[in-house]
Ligand binder design. Sequence first.
Ligand SMILES: Cc1ncc(COP(=O)(O)O)c(C=O)c1O
Length: 472
Amino acid sequence: MPLHKGSPASPAQAERRLALNPFFGEANPVGGMTEAPPHHQLPDGPLPPSSAYQLVHDELMLDGNSRLNLATFVTTWMEPQAGVLMAECRDKNMIDKDEYPRTAELERRCVAMLAQLWHAPDPATAVGCSTTGSSEACMLAGMALKRRWAKRNADRYPGSARPNLVMGVNVQVCWDKFCNFWEVEPRLVPMEGDRFHLDAETAAALCDENTIGVVAVLGSTFDGSYEPVAEICAALDALQERTGLDIPVHVDGASGAMIAPFLDEDLVWDFRLPRVSSINTSGHKYGLVYPGVGWALWRSPEELPEELVFRVNYLGGDMPTFALNFSRPGAQVVAQYYTFLRLGREGYRAVQQTTRDIARGLAERIEAMGDFRLLTRGDQLPVFAFTTAEDVTSFDVFDVSRRLREQGWLVPAYTFPANREDLSVLRVVCRNGFSADLAALFIEDLNRLLPELRRQPHPFTDDRGSATSFHH
Ligand SMILES: Cc1ncc(COP(=O)(O)O)c(C=O)c1O
């Protein structure tokens, strides 16, 4: 007699079996996968998970190595524990505050920590939110500026007045997008001579009764330099005294808002300046978290018009949210909280100082080669831009970028905007994980290439666009 005897499945059991996830178990690979699945249309049937994994994995091997990507500001290394936490949270939707109240609470704690770090007058009442990155944070901050201006000018808008936003021509492309999407006139201050970012006097001179705000960048994507936020605020104070115009400032601290508080404590750029009404940063840049998380904060609830805020269920009550997206993973916010907890002020200071030291050291060594001229030195953001020295005629920055790519290094080369279109540069972004050892290997590779570049009869890069992977 058999030990176990199967019984015929009841209809209810048969239904349970049908509810199994088709991803479980091996699908029958009909014909042993003699044909590759199509690339641009949904395949007719399933593949075993191991085959699907291998196909995708193999194709991705041809991507650049993110750690050697000196073009990106975005975090490319976190410690394994952060990775584990993120894996544990990737199924949690950030918007489901009621279902995931602890994740919601970690987001609130991060906002409170940033409010304090950026010297909000009353951190308990400062308002803020997480976003997918600085771009979304800038859109939200720009929207708040526009709505506040529209309310102040309800007699003229949307009638005759057209809102404008004053900023340097060096702003990141997210501000062009904001102006385009939200129908705001961008008023761009061009570069002039050796001034590669916004200056206070020109910014104030461009403001009028239709200016919704001035954007000051800490620091510039083009060269890593900090814009003079305090001077810009002072020029706008003077403008207010002369004309009565009261123009708020938004600080785009995508990178610098997580550098300056730790390394430049005496630099006054944040909510200590009463004119600074909002600040954004990218948690996934020098906040040291994998992409995509950003933060937007307003100095007080008055700066964020109530009608822009939506409410979702939270612990039987409701919780205000401000976002463009609805669904978004909770993992990055959890990783941000982990990193705040893990490093604290001292830890952040140590990490950012090391990165700045590496950037400065690398810039000096590049300068010492004699073939290049530094525009910035890595002493603000740990980022520097450099061009070829005056007497170099056999190669240009695009050649250098192309040749470095052969060694696996991604270093963008690009031309500056108005009024310095005559100037093309290379830019190196140092990040946590770009160690002194890697920096030394980079110098070795550049040194090895230089004799060949010097022997060129003239610059070789005809197609500058394809020579560099860079897009602002
Ligand atoms: C100054 C500045 N603002 C905004 C952004 C956009 O940030 P994100 O990539 O987080 O959307 C960047 C990105 O480099 C930046 O440098």
